[in-house]
Design a protein around this ligand. Structure first.
Ligand SMILES: CC(C)(COP(=O)(O)OP(=O)(O)OC[C@H]1O[C@@H](n2cnc3c(N)ncnc32)[C@H](O)[C@@H]1OP(=O)(O)O)[C@@H](O)C(=O)NCCC(=O)NCCS
Length: 148
């Protein structure tokens, strides 16, 4: 991922996670992540323009979605599902066995998306996310199982 592409994805990230208590990554954090061998990115485009992306960490036969977002103006149009199903398809071909992610327990839209794509809740991380430094919110750990 070059400088210009990172800049575009950093803008999408900042809009998508505006006012959300998840970790805030800027251009430099994302640029650093893209230089890590185990990190792969998937970008969804509309009319050749990126509207969302996912970053995954792949270690041996397991993957972790470390971030996933769609530009707010394109949300609730099924693009998240298209991107996630494509990721699952590609990972299947790469013989990945398990795919994990963490999601804030009150992020209803994301949880709906992950449920729609057959992810199951397998655990909970207590008080994982800080909300304005006051309230702390649990994270649900979800998993997509490729092999039954
Ligand atoms: C989560 C996110 C990626 C979803 O992308 P999207 O393109 O809107 O996803 P989709 O349109 O494919 O699916 C959204 C689903 O949530 C549903 N939904 C929308 N608002 C909802 C609400 N308030 N409560 C419950 N479900 C809701 C939609 O109806 C849709 O389900 P359906 O297809 O069964 O009708 C996007 O909202 C986003 O980027 N959010 C900000 C960043 C974020 O939270 N990322 C996830 C971090 S783990």
């Amino acid at each position: 991922m070059g400088v210009e592409s990172t800049r575009i994805l950093a803008e999408i990230y900042s809009e998508a996670f505006k006012n959300m208590p998840e970790q805030k990554w800027g251009f430099s954090e994302l640029f650093e992540l893209f230089s890590i061998r185990e990190i792969i990115s998937f970008v969804i485009c509309l009319d050749a323009k990126p509207i969302g992306f996912a970053l995954l960490r792949i270690l041996a036969d397991e993957g972790e979605i470390i971030t996933f977002c769609i530009l707010p103006k394109w949300c609730n149009n099924g693009y998240g599902k298209i991107l996630l199903e494509r990721i699952v398809d590609i990972l299947k071909k790469r013989s990945i066995k398990k795919l994990f992610l963490e999601v804030r327990e009150n992020n209803k839209v994301a949880i709906k998306l992950y449920n729609n794509c057959s992810f199951k809740v397998i655990g909970r991380r207590k008080k994982y996310y800080k909300n304005n430094q006051v309230e702390k919110i649990d994270a649900l750990v979800m998993q997509y199982q490729f092999i039954k």
